[in-house]
Design a protein around this ligand. Structure first.
Ligand code: ADP
Ligand code: MG
Length: 590
């Protein structure tokens, strides 16, 4: 997940590289054709450079009739072949690249569907999304770029070297010996240039910050008379930005001067050496121009080759990030027993829970028995562990100690899928999917449900009341995430979904928190009906809704501190009684 600096050829990197290549294996014939195209691309350029000599020496100087006929044809042919090479390589590499992106996206997405809930809390969701939309693109573009550079530029360099040496070894070697000097000057100058630009970018940031602060804090600035202070601060920052900008301009100007001077010196030296009496006879104008041109064409290719490692590194770190996720172990599912329909006898035995990366236990030894068909209400301050306790049931989280026993059997013995089939769930924040109302109520394994049963469930959840008013009834689209619905409407759909699922265990985690008192009362009847013959765990912030529960468990700091019926707990005069008194007063006043 961190972009660690990778040494280019250490064992880890090689492993990632091999695995990455594995993704391209299925398309290797196309990759091969693309590589061929790249080679043609690079080679054609060298071939054209080679043709410059006859063009200068024979075509125009000697007016050779053979060349006068053939030269235009050669030019067209070379560029036609090069064009085909470019097309084939671009098409082929994109084809392979896009397929690799798709395969990687599919693997990461599949991982997201099977990873445990704890994974999703471990990093921001934006990062998890950008892994699919951005990181996988990075892998593909970095690795295809790298391949393209290695092949195209590699062939160009080799071809140009051949052209140079075959025309005049003397001139070529002289030039090649001067090359490192020119390269050195260019590198030093451009490095300095980059350093300064980077610093400038930082300073531009602080100009933005300074303006942003003063603008957004304009009330504070005025009320506290901070104008002078802000003006001084801004002047300092903008002064610095101007100085740095000037420095960049100076460096840019002097760098091109420096490089031009060095190049001119090198050229002068070359001309001097080429015109020595014992040399000049062997060098034609064409040879001189070809060697110079080939050298010029080779330089950018060399530069790109020298930097190809940056592309590879970028691709490798991106790929590592993806592979890390793909390799994260899936939810534990070692159970063998398939649970048909549970009786709904739930026993929490000494259950402890600690969230990953958390210092303290969210649950500190919870013992609780929920008899088949009974209603257990969990109450307590926010943060006392109510949601944590119920999210153990579908095994979103694994207890750190203790166990949960369902129908007399440790619930890990059951297969995860059959366990989750037993549970209807309405959470505090309801997430809906892009689709119609019907599709959202009959989601997942409920997808085959008949229209009548969907309407019946919606009716029971008191949702038909608003669904009927929508233009297309239960087939109305609800927009991405259900953003066209209010919180209360969303909760009623979630309740309808739970009703339709008709599971023997029902978990209601503040299922009516987004509803007004009026709608809550209406739904309460629906829920009461729903709870019949089911084992229900209900978390409610309005105590009036749980007075009739078979047992009420009061939680505090990860423990159950009181347990009993409403009447018993009131008589006991403890935390519950106090909470109840408080809410009762609020209602009186409100
Ligand atoms: P309740 O539902 O009673 O309000 P929770 O079960 O949500 O309480 O939270 C219990 C404790 O666990 C709190 O201290 C909370 O900070 C912590 N907690 C809840 N969810 C997470 C999480 N995903 N990661 C770390 N700690 C969590
Ligand atoms: Mg909660």
């Amino acid at each position: 997940m961190t972009a660690r600096k990778v040494a280019l050829w250490d064992a880890d990197t090689l492993r990632v590289y091999k695995r990455l290549l594995g993704y391209t294996r299925r398309w290797w014939p196309i990759a091969l054709v693309a590589i061929l195209g790249m080679a043609v691309d690079g080679g054609a350029l060298a071939a054209f450079t080679q043709k410059l000599r006859p063009m200068i020496d024979d075509l125009f100087a000697r007016k050779d009739p053979y060349l006068i006929f053939w030269m235009p044809i050669w030019i067209v042919a070379i560029f036609l072949i090069r064009g085909i090479g470019t097309f084939v390589s671009n098409y082929g590499i994109s084809y392979v690249g896009r397929n690799v992106v798709q395969a990687m996206q599919a693997d990461v997405f599949a991982a997201y569907l099977r990873l445990p809930a704890a994974f999703f809390g471990s990093e921001p969701s934006g990062q998890q999304i950008s892994r699919i939309t951005y990181t996988s693109e990075q892998v593909a573009s970095a690795s295809t770029d790298a391949l393209k550079i290695m092949v195209t530029e590699g062939v160009t360099v080799i071809g140009m070297l051949y052209v140079m040496l075959s025309n005049s070894a003397y001139l070529s070697l002289t030039l090649l010996m001067m090359a490192p000097g020119i390269a050195l000057v260019a590198t030093v100058v451009s490095k300095r240039y980059r350093q300064i630009s980077r610093r400038i970018q930082g300073s531009m940031g602080s100009v933005t910050d300074a303006v942003g602060e003063s603008v957004s804090a304009h009330r504070e600035v005025r009320v506290y008379g901070g104008q002078q202070h802000e003006a001084t601060r801004f002047a300092a920052v903008s002064h610095r930005a101007r100085r740095l900008n000037m420095k960049i301009a100076t460096t840019a100007a002097s760098s091109s001067t420096a490089i031009q001077t060095v190049a001119a010196l090198a050229l002068a030296l070359l001309v001097y050496l080429a015109t020595r009496p014992n040399i000049i006879g062997a060098i034609s104008p064409g040879v001189f121009i070809v060697v110079l041109t080939a050298m010029g064409a080779m330089m950018p290719s060399l530069k790109r080759l020298a930097n190809v490692q940056a592309n590879i590194q970028r691709g490798i770190s991106a790929a590592e990030d993806l592979f890390e996720v793909i390799d994260t172990p899936a939810e534990e599912d070692h159970g063998r027993m398939v649970l048909e329909r549970t009786r709904g006898d739930i026993r929490f035995e000494g259950v402890r829970l600690r969230y990953p990366r958390s210092e303290i236990d969210a649950l500190r030894g919870v013992d609780l028995h929920c008899a088949p068909g009974s209603v257990t209400a969990l109450v307590g301050r926010s943060g006392s562990g109510k949601s944590s306790l119920v999210s153990l049931l579908p095994r979103f989280l694994e207890p750190a100690a203790g166990r949960i026993v369902l129908d007399g059997v440790d619930y890990r013995e059951y297969t995860l899928a059959s366990l989750r089939k037993q549970i209807g769930w309405v959470g505090q924040s309801v997430v809906l999917f892009d689709g119609s109302i019907a599709e959202n109520i009959a989601y997942g394994e409920l997808a085959g449900a008949s229209e009548d049963s969907i309407i019946e469930a919606a009716e029971a959840a008191n949702a038909m009341e608003f669904i009927r008013r929508m233009p297309q009834g239960i087939h109305s689209p609800i927009g991405q995430g259900g953003n066209m619905l209010s919180g209360g409407q969303r909760q009623r759909l979630a309740i309808a979904r739970a009703i339709l699922k008709n599971a023997p265990i029902l978990v209601l985690d503040e299922a009516t928190s987004a509803l007004d008192t009026e709608s809550e009362r209406l739904i309460q009847q629906a829920l009461q009906r729903l709870m019949r013959d089911r084992t229900t765990l209900v978390i409610a912030h309005r105590l009036s809704t749980i007075e009739h529960a078979d047992q009420i468990a009061v939680m505090d700091q990860g423990r159950i501190v009181e347990r009993g019926t409403h009447a018993e707990l009131i008589a006991q005069g403890g935390q519950y009684a106090a909470l109840h008194r408080m809410q009762f007063h609020e209602q009186e006043e409100g």
